[in-house]
Design a protein around this ligand. Structure first.
Ligand SMILES: O=C(NCCCCc1cc2cnccc2s1)c1cc(-c2ccc(F)cc2)cc(O)c1O
Ligand SMILES: [Mg+2]
Length: 214
């Protein structure tokens, strides 16, 4: 039977990356996406901006909405301090299965909790199910029309504290107009736009970094 693109990406990781070496996993995926098949990982250019935000925040507790194949999960987890954790949500079971194997190959399974399901269902359950208090960093990379409702949901569920950072991918392409409008005009957030490009292309895209003011 025909393989899927995530499965071919996983094969590229197995063939080209060193087990236990997250940076080689990231490099193998970027090479696959540049030389073989485009895929919707954050990519190397926006990935460097992600890396700088993670190292600046030095988070103990991270939430990622949208795992896909685990590329950004691996980038984030490889920079976390000891005992820090990332919870990542993925809607598509086939993508989640590939992500688990890419995360395992990178040797980061201890730091990462991958949950299969939708953000709307799971955000209200994170405190009771996983003993989460608040998140220091949230990376939004899931359905673009869910960025705004899920941000409001996280506020309502008490998952954000004064100083929590939201980092949103694709605010230009595919675009998240309602989210940008809200977050840039809300007195409860301080926002900053990082101009970049859609992964592996010359199309404009960017990341929006927002600090929750409480
Ligand atoms: O759709 C994108 N990412 C979201 C996949 C949604 C799946 C999930 C929903 C959901 C709900 N709850 C919990 C977890 C999850 S995971 C996406 C698309 C492009 C793109 C595609 C074509 C194109 F021509 C130009 C850009 C680029 C990107 O960087 C993307 O991130
Ligand atoms: Mg994205």
């Amino acid at each position: 039977t025909q393989s899927t693109r995530p499965q071919r990406m996983l094969a590229a990781v197995h063939n080209n990356a060193t087990r236990g070496d997250p940076r080689s996993v990231v490099k193998a995926i970027d090479q696959f996406c540049r030389q073989k098949e485009w895929a919707m990982n954050i990519g190397d250019e926006k990935g460097c901006i992600l890396d700088s935000v993670v190292s600046e925040v030095n988070p103990a507790m991270v939430l990622e909405l949208g795992t896909y194949c685990g590329y950004s999960t691996v980038r984030i987890a490889s920079q976390l301090p000891p005992h820090a954790k990332i919870i990542t949500l993925e809607f598509n079971p086939q993508n989640a299965a590939v992500a688990r194997q890419i995360i395992a190959w990178a040797g980061l399974g201890e730091k990462i909790k991958l949950i299969e399901g939708s953000s709307g269902d799971w955000i209200p359950k994170l405190k009771e199910q996983f003993g989460v208090d608040t998140f220091d960093l949230v990376f939004l990379d899931h359905w673009k029309d869910r960025y705004l409702p899920d941000t409001k949901l996280m506020e309502e569920c008490g998952l954000l504290r004064k100083g929590s950072i939201l980092l949103a991918d694709n605010v230009i392409c595919p675009g998240t107009p309602e989210y940008l409008e809200y977050i840039r005009n809300s007195p409860r957030y301080k926002s900053q736009y990082f101009k970049s490009h859609l992964e592996y292309t010359r199309v404009e895209d960017g990341l929006e970094k927002s600090i929750f003011l409480g």
